[in-house]
Design a protein around this ligand. Structure first.
Ligand code: SF4
Length: 429
C-alpha cells in the first residue's frame, strides 16, 4: 500500500509553496479591497487549487518529473505525473518567502557549484541536494543557456536521476523545427520508458487545445496594452509568468485569462488605470525582479510607472495544429518550444531581439526600457549597451540598466533597485 506522507514528501518544496500561496492569498483577501490587484487575487486562487492537486497526486504515488521551463510543462501531460519546473520553483519561492530560495543557493554553492550561475537552477539544485525533491526523471532541452548545460548534469551524476536532454538547435528554420520535433518525441518516449508509461498523445492533444485557446486570450490582452493608460496592472506580469508554468494546459489557466481579459476590457472602455494616473510607460525586455513581489504595485502606485510587459509576456507562439497527424503535432510543439520566451531570445543572435524591442517601443508608445542584467545570463551580457544605443537612435527613449540577480536579493537589494528606478523616473518626468 502507498504511504501517502512518504509519497508527498518527494515534493516538500511544493508543500512549502502551497503554504506560501495559501497564506499570501489569505492576507490578500483579508487586507485588499474587493477589486484590489485582481491579477494577484485570481492568480493565487488558481495556483493554490492546482498546487493542491499536485500534492494529492504525489501522495497517490505518481512520478515526479523535473523539467526546464524550456521544455513546456504541458508536454508532460501525455503522462500521469506531477511536473516540477526546476526554475519556476526557485523563483516562485523567492517571490513568496522572506528569504526566498537563498538558503538553497547557499547549500549548493557550499557543495561546490559556482556562485555566479543562474539562481533559477541553483535553488532547486540545493533543494534536491537536501533531498527535499525526489525526482523520478528530469527532462531539459539543451537550451537556452550555458547555465542549463552546466548545471543539469548535477542531477544525473550526483543524484543519479535519469536525465533526458532533447537537443535544441540555435538556427530558427524549418529543418531545425523538424529536428527538434523528433528530439521532443524521442525524449518523451525515453521518459516514458524510465517511468514505465506510454505517452498518451490523445490526452496531450486536449491539453494543447486548451493552450491554443489561452494564446488567443493572451493576444487580446497584449493588444489592449497598447492603450494609454495601460488597462492591465503591473502585477499581471508576475502572475502570468507563474500561470505559464503552474497552470499549464489546465482549465484554471483559461479561466484566469478570461477573467483578466474582462477586467482589461472594462478598464480600456473607461480609460481607467489600475492605480490612478499612468505617468511613465516602461518595457522590461528581460526579467522582472522575482524576489520583490511588491515592486510592480509600488511602481504603479508611487511612480505611476506601468510595466507594459517583461520577457515572459511579449512573445506568443502560433497555435499548435492538433487535428492532423503526429508529425504535424510535434512540429507545432517544436516551434512553440523554440520560440518560447527566453528560449527564443537567449538561444539566437541578438539582432532579432533588438529589432523586436525597437518595434515594441514604437507600437506600445513606451517612454523607456528597464533592463535587468541578471548575473547568470552571461550569454546576454553584451546586449544591453547595443539595445540602449538602438532605442536612443531609433526611438529616442532611454534605457536604465540594473545589474542584479533576479532571484537573490543579496546582489542588489530591493532598496537599491527601487532607488535606481526612482532616480531614473525623475529624469523622465
Ligand atoms: S537564460 Fe538566463 S535566466 Fe534563463 S535560465 Fe539561463 S541563465 Fe537563467
Amino acid at each position: 500500500m502507498v504511504n501517502r506522507v512518504e509519497m508527498e514528501n518527494r515534493i516538500i518544496p511544493y508543500k512549502m509553496l502551497y503554504e506560501a500561496v495559501a497564506s499570501t492569498q489569505g492576507l490578500v483577501d483579508g487586507i485588499l479591497p474587493a477589486h484590489g490587484i485582481p491579477s494577484l487575487k485570481l492568480g493565487l486562487g488558481h495556483i493554490k487549487s492546482v498546487m493542491e492537486d499536485f500534492i494529492v497526486k504525489a501522495g497517490e504515488g505518481l512520478p515526479i518529473i523535473g523539467h526546464h521551463f524550456s521544455f513546456p510543462t504541458e508536454y508532460l501531460y501525455c503522462f500521469e505525473c506531477v511536473p516540477v519546473c526546476i526554475e519556476a520553483t526557485s523563483y516562485f519561492l523567492a517571490a513568496l518567502l522572506p528569504n526566498g530560495s537563498e538558503p538553497y543557493y547557499d547549500l549548493i554553492t557550499n557543495w561546490g557549484h559556482p556562485f555566479h550561475t543562474c539562481s533559477s537552477q541553483k535553488g532547486t539544485m540545493g533543494m534536491t541536494l537536501d533531498d527535499l525533491f525526489k525526482f523520478e526523471a528530469i527532462i531539459t532541452p539543451t537550451a537556452p543557456c550555458d547555465n542549463t548545460y552546466a548545471s543539469y548534469p548535477f542531477f544525473k551524476y550526483h543524484k543519479n536521476i535519469p536525465l533526458i536532454t532533447p537537443d535544441l538547435p540555435f538556427l530558427k528554420a524549418e529543418k531545425s523545427y523538424r529536428y527538434h520535433a523528433e528530439e521532443i518525441k524521442l525524449g518523451l518516449e525515453k521518459l516514458g520508458k524510465v517511468i514505465g508509461q506510454e505517452p498518451n498523445y490523445n490526452k496531450l492533444k486536449q491539453v494543447l487545445e486548451v493552450e491554443n485557446q489561452v494564446t488567443n486570450l493572451q493576444m487580446e490582452i497584449f493588444e489592449l496594452k497598447k492603450a494609454t493608460p495601460c488597462p492591465v496592472e503591473n502585477m499581471f506580469n508576475v502572475m502570468a509568468a507563474a500561470a505559464q508554468i503552474y497552470l499549464a494546459g489546465r482549465e484554471e489557466k483559461l479561466e484566469f485569462y478570461r477573467q483578466m481579459l474582462e477586467i482589461a476590457k472594462f478598464r480600456y472602455k473607461k480609460k481607467e488605470h489600475h492605480a490612478g494616473e499612468e505617468k511613465i510607460r516602461s518595457i522590461w525586455p528581460y526579467m522582472i525582479v522575482f524576489f520583490d513581489l511588491a515592486m510592480g504595485e509600488w511602481l504603479d502606485r508611487h511612480l505611476g510607472m506601468s510595466i507594459l510587459f517583461d520577457i515572459f509576456n511579449y512573445n506568443f507562439a502560433d497555435p499548435i495544429n492538433t487535428k492532423s497527424d503526429l508529425e504535424t503535432l510535434f512540429y507545432g510543439m517544436a516551434k512553440k518550444a523554440m520560440e518560447a520566451p527566453m528560449t527564443k531570445q537567449s538561444a539566437e543572435f541578438y539582432y532579432p531581439f533588438i529589432e523586436t524591442c525597437v518595434q515594441l517601443a514604437k507600437d506600445f508608445s513606451a517612454d523607456c526600457f528597464i533592463f535587468t542584467s541578471h548575473l547568470g545570463c552571461k550569454q546576454f551580457g553584451s546586449v544591453p549597451q547595443l539595445l540602449r544605443e538602438a532605442l536612443r537612435d531609433e526611438v529616442g527613449i532611454p534605457m536604465l540598466l540594473i545589474d542584479l540577480d533576479v532571484g537573490d536579493a543579496r546582489f542588489a537589494s530591493e532598496k537599491i533597485i527601487r532607488e535606481k528606478i526612482k532616480l531614473f523616473a525623475q529624469t523622465l518626468l
